[in-house]
Design a protein around this ligand. Structure first.
Ligand code: GDP
Length: 181
């Protein structure tokens, strides 16, 4: 009998406070089956099982909304991450400008073996609002330069919430399909 271990993929959700990280994650997870785990270190992450290319994977999504709580964790939070999801608010130019810093901070702390090929996804949240300060073109341009994939949507309207996570799972699995990590 072959022992089968389901791959766990660690996804880090970062971005300025108030961009909608918790809302986005909760919208995604509550859309289907969800389990809430409380890690011993006092950090919460949500776990969600999903199917990617016929393989069952479990996404561990680490929401860093309570940033101050994570200070003591240092690099522990980012270490071993398989994918990084950068969130900004399309009605806040400041949250968009902050992406550069978040990306650098992540790379510094996570210290992935191959930074050039590490999967980064950017999500422009709150597209349901009228007062946009960041255009799709601007965001796409930044992502192109930074080597990230771009999505925009709304946690409130449940628009393009699943998609980035599907892509995150896909990107995180490569290059070992159906293989535990
Ligand atoms: P976090 O600090 O990044 O975790 O942000 P929150 O998830 O706490 O959201 C901050 C505020 O933005 C809350 O008042 C949310 O209700 C609101 N919010 C989050 N996502 C959206 C969205 O897609 N559209 C709108 N209009 N508001 C949102």
């Amino acid at each position: 009998i072959m022992e089968w271990k389901q791959p766990h993929l660690k996804v880090i959700l970062i971005g300025n406070s108030g961009v909608g990280k918790s809302s986005f994650m909760n919208r995604f997870v509550n859309h289907r089956f969800t389990n809430l785990y409380r890690a011993t270190i006092g950090t919460d992450f949500l776990s969600k099982e999903m199917t990617v290319d016929g393989c069952s994977v479990t996404l561990q999504i680490w929401d860093t909304a309570g940033t101050e709580r994570f200070q003591s964790l240092g690099t522990a939070l980012y270490r071993g991450a398989h994918c990084c999801l950068l969130l900004f608010d399309v009605t806040s130019a400041a949250s968009f400008s902050a992406l550069e810093g978040w990306l650098k901070e992540f790379l510094l702390q996570a210290d992935p073996p191959d930074p050039a090929s590490f999967p980064f996804l950017v999500v422009g949240n709150k597209v349901d609002l009228e007062n946009r300060e960041v255009t799709r073109k601007q965001a796409e341009q930044w992502c192109k330069v930074s080597g990230a994939e771009y999505f925009e949507g709304s946690a409130k309207e449940d628009l393009n919430v699943d998609k980035p996570f599907q892509h995150a799972a896909k990107a995180a699995r490569q290059p070992n399909p159906c293989w535990p990590r």
